[in-house]
Design a protein around this ligand. Sequence first.
Ligand code: PMP
Ligand code: GLN
Length: 379
Amino acid sequence: PESKLPALGTTIFTTMTALAQQVGAINLSQGFPDFSGPDYLQLRLAYHVQHGSNQYAPMSGTPALREAISKKIARCYGCQVDKETEITVTAGATEALFSAITALVRPGDEVICFEPSYDSYAPAVQLAGGIMKHIPLTPPNFAPDWSRFSTVISEKTRLVILNTPHNPTASVWQKQDFDALWHAIAEQPIFVLSDEVYEHICFDDNGHHSLLQHPSLRERGIVVSSFGKTYHMTGWKVGYCVAPPHLSLEIRKIHQYLTFSVHTPSQLALADMLNHAPEHDENLPTFYQQRRDFFIDALQASRFTLLPCQGTYFLLLDYSAISKMNDVDFCLYLTKEVGVAAIPLSVFCKEAFPHHLIRVCFAKEEATLQAAAEKLCQL
Ligand code: PMP
Ligand code: GLN
């Protein structure tokens, strides 16, 4: 049968993790921690499973979790979000992104996205019949070029997708980026989808700036986040999206037939965790900054050039001094011959990306990072 997504293969994360396992390489490719989340969270999950919370959750999420999310948003961003009409719990951020894009994008609509970008946006836009318009971000800082942005907007523009802290470049938006975005779209009925799954992983005392802190953008904005990153449990696949009531209504129309609802005991355990230890997310910057700095130190003796890392748990390495291979070939070589798996940056781009950059994940135990750095320093 004719494919609806002919150009699409298996995701790079699946491919590289499988290869790393096959050859026994240290896996710094797919982004996930090699340690587990809080004991309390695990105990609460077991508790709710054993105490009978095993049937369907309400479609929009359990009231306890939506309540805890609204409190967290008030605490972190000083903004009031209605738990009944503005928060929808989803099967990871991935489902929130897909539901939001499917709800908003109509055939022929244009969607502006910064590139490199996370891999799940484009296929969802394509399935909805939308057309992607890319704004390139360039190393080393990957800052948006706002003059270029205004030339890409047209009367067909329906949605802008942004991601801060940014996977894969580890760059972080400042308030002035949101102001510039608002300035560019204010006159037109354009929506904004803000992927903030790394909201609590921001370094060097530069806090995360959320779209929720911008009152005008908030009226047109959908913010997506995920507990996978915050609680070191990427396999739990519980996320959520926050949007004004009229947009949440449209997103729920998709969500209710995509998954209907999300794993009940995980939602109850996450609500308990949020209420029990609200300070957990405040400790995350230090927790991950220590790992980042440990890895950066361990790579000082290598021939890689390290790019700035303001947030996320990814670091970009420039290997121009080591090899002239393209980034995909270099990652295959690195995995098979050196024993460290990484992600080539060009897979996050539709346009040619003429740089020698790879992404490594430092959400790992120090021993893992040390062992990987020793191998990388041999090159
Ligand atoms: N957006 C970005 C930028 C991500 O990096 C990820 C996954 N790491 C997701 C969305 C998906 O999150 P989830 O695993 O909760 O579906
Ligand atoms: N978001 C993770 C990463 O960037 C991967 C998630 C996935 O495998 N789909 O590595």
